[in-house]
Structure formats: structure tokens, C-alpha cells
Design a binder for this molecule. Structure first.
Ligand code: ZN
Length: 347
């Protein structure tokens, strides 16, 4: 058995043990998801922009560098990457000629902005750990010059679902986990389009059994079957954390995707919506060049019209929006208690 930790946003990670059997199935599943990114073949160069200390530790020092070279991996510590170091990182990345780039959505967005032309040997980009928004997807695909495959995984149970070449939702890895979607009433939902909290039962790790484990993430179910030929059930999309869910004064449920759609193509680099009281929203934006009062008015009207007219919306222009202590970015945060414990961070 080996110890592993969830990357806890509160600084109190959940500790668990994982068996050799679990790790083998996890590794096999990872390889299979890489092989789905044709024409990638095992052994081809892979570049990672990854961050947690536990993951990065294995890549430090002479031993780490030697091991990486042996398996053809270039590792960037995403949390140590600073904006003024991006140019140098891009040069190293280009010289390495990766066939796959794997990383956090927010880090890859920054790298995409610093890229000066596509990477010519690249088969695909795999994004993980944060919700991939349509503008970020477009930016990453265009800058890197390769299709983007989204992956949904956690340290506790491994890969839960990942995108295929049809890019029509994320196939659930049914061999390794039982994935349930439950509504607010606690009852499982099974129809395509149903939304709810994700509950996981790991089939592979008997070292610390996780049975109907709550990850505090929300997802929408997709249909069965896919034009790619795989038959596993798909998640239409992962909607974000339950703690990111904003419940309006009239009880309308607004997840991060609602706000992402409103901000789609809006001239802002970043935004974050905080529900400070049940009726008060504070929106912070890092404005881009074309930002104006009209943008603000249009989005406010969208919130009042399609969300809840009882909201009072305050805007604030900022130069930067900080990530969570574990380096991940959240678009919406509700400070209104829903009577839940602080959940572990998604990885
Ligand atoms: Zn498919």
C-alpha cells in the first residue's frame, strides 16, 4: 500500500492508502487515455504542467531528472511557474517537441498566451483539474495547434471520465469506478441531461475502501454510446464544485457554467463571482482592452433576467484574481452556508 492525499483546499488533505492493484488499474487507464489521443504512442515525449507538491517531488533533483529522461517526460512545476518565466518555459517546451501536453486549465491558458506559434509535433493537449470554459478551450487549441481532450480525475479514485476524439462529453471509466449522479433529494438520476452531485465507489482500491464517496462536484449526465464506438456512459459536462453552486434568493441553482456562458467572449481576462449574502453577488473582473460599462450592464442584465431578478450585483475591477491555496482557480464561490462541511479539492 502507498499513502496518498487529496489536495485539500483548507490545508487539511484527506489521507488514504492505495493498493498496488489500484495503482496498476490507474496507470493502465492513464495509458489508454493517452493512446486515445492519436497519433500518440507510448514512449513519445510528454510535457506536464502539473503542480501539487506530492506530484512534483518525484521530478526534482538529479534522480527525478534522470527518471523523467528515461520515460521521455518534461516536467514543469505549475505552481512555481511565474508569468515572467513563461517565455523560458515556452522555449524549453518547443525544444522538447512533445507529442502530448498535459496540465491544469489555468496554467495551460497562460502558456497558450505566451506561445508564438503552434507546436509542430503535438498530437493533443489534455486538460484537467479545473473546469474548461469554451474561451479557454478555443485559446488552448488554437495556440498549441492541437485538439484538446478534457479529463476529470481525483487523487482519491483516479480518472473518473475523459473525453474521446468525438469531443462529445467525457466517457466514464466504468471499469474502475461506479459513478452515480444524485439529485438534491439524494436519489440517483439516470436520464441524459440530469444534473446532480457525483458519488463515487472505487472498484479497485481495497486498501482504503471508498463507498459512495462524495467528491462535492456536480455533473450533467450524457447519453449512452458515442460516435467514437465506445459504449460507456458519458458525462455531458462537469459543472464544478457544489461549494461553487450559487443558490439565488428565489432558489434558482446557478453553477459556474451559467456565469461562464454570460462571460463568453466578454473582454475580460478573468472573472470571479462571490455570493456574499443570499441576495448579494460581487463580481471581480480583470478587464481586457475592450472592456466597458456596456459589458458590465449586459452581464448584470443577463444575471437578473436569466438568473434571479432579486440579486443585487456589485462590480469590482481588479488587476489579478488569486487562485486557491492549492493553485486552482474557481469562477464562482458561495459564502452562504448550505450546511455542508468544506469538501476536498478536485484534482
Ligand atoms: Zn466517444
Amino acid at each position: 500500500m502507498r499513502e496518498n492525499y487529496s489536495s485539500g483546499s483548507t490545508g487539511m488533505p484527506v489521507r488514504l492508502y492505495q493498493s498496488q492493484e489500484y495503482r496498476d488499474w490507474y496507470a493502465a487507464e492513464l495509458d489508454r487515455s493517452y493512446l486515445g489521443c492519436r497519433p500518440f504512442r507510448l514512449g513519445m515525449p510528454r510535457a506536464f504542467f502539473w503542480g501539487t507538491d506530492i506530484d512534483s517531488r518525484a521530478h526534482r533533483g538529479a534522480t527525478g531528472t534522470a527518471r523523467d529522461a528515461l520515460v521521455n517526460v518534461l516536467w514543469f512545476d505549475a505552481f512555481a511557474l511565474r508569468r515572467d518565466g513563461l517565455r523560458a518555459a515556452v522555449r524549453r517546451l518547443r525544444a522538447f517537441r512533445p507529442a502530448l501536453v498535459i496540465g491544469y486549465v489555468s496554467t495551460l491558458t497562460e502558456v497558450a498566451r505566451a506561445l508564438d506559434g503552434a507546436l509542430d509535433a503535438l498530437a493533443a493537449v489534455i486538460t484537467a483539474a479545473e473546469t474548461l470554459t469554451p474561451p479557454e478551450l478555443t485559446l488552448i487549441a488554437e495556440s498549441f495547434g492541437a485538439p484538446v481532450f478534457d479529463r476529470y480525475a481525483t487523487r482519491e479514485v483516479g480518472t473518473i471520465a475523459h473525453e474521446c476524439e468525438a469531443h462529445a462529453g467525457l466517457h466514464i471509466v466504468m471499469e474502475n469506478n461506479i459513478v452515480e449522479i444524485v439529485g438534491p433529494d439524494g436519489q440517483p438520476r439516470s436520464e441524459p441531461g440530469d444534473e446532480g452531485e457525483i458519488i463515487i465507489t472505487s472498484l479497485r482500491n481495497l486498501a482504503t475502501p471508498l463507498v459512495r464517496y462524495r467528491l462535492s462536484d456536480m455533473a450533467r449526465l450524457g447519453g449512452e454510446g458515442c460516435s467514437c464506438g465506445r459504449h460507456s456512459v458519458r458525462l455531458d459536462s462537469v459543472l464544478g464544485r457544489t461549494s461553487d453552486l450559487i443558490v439565488s434568493p428565489r432558489g434558482v441553482l446557478l453553477h459556474a457554467l451559467f456565469f461562464m456562458r454570460l462571460f463568453d467572449k466578454a473582454p475580460v481576462h478573468r472573472f470571479r463571482v462571490d455570493q456574499e449574502t443570499p441576495s448579494r453577488l460581487r463580481i471581480r473582473v480583470v478587464p481586457a482592452a475592450d472592456y466597458s460599462d456596456e459589458v458590465r450592464q449586459r452581464i448584470t442584465s443577463g444575471i437578473l433576467e436569466h438568473g434571479d431578478s432579486a440579486f443585487e450585483v456589485a462590480w469590482e475591477i481588479v488587476t489579478e484574481i488569486a487562485a486557491t491555496p492549492s493553485g486552482k482557480f474557481r469562477f464562482t464561490v458561495s459564502h452562504v452556508a448550505k450546511g455542508e462541511a468544506t469538501p476536498p479539492e478536485r484534482d
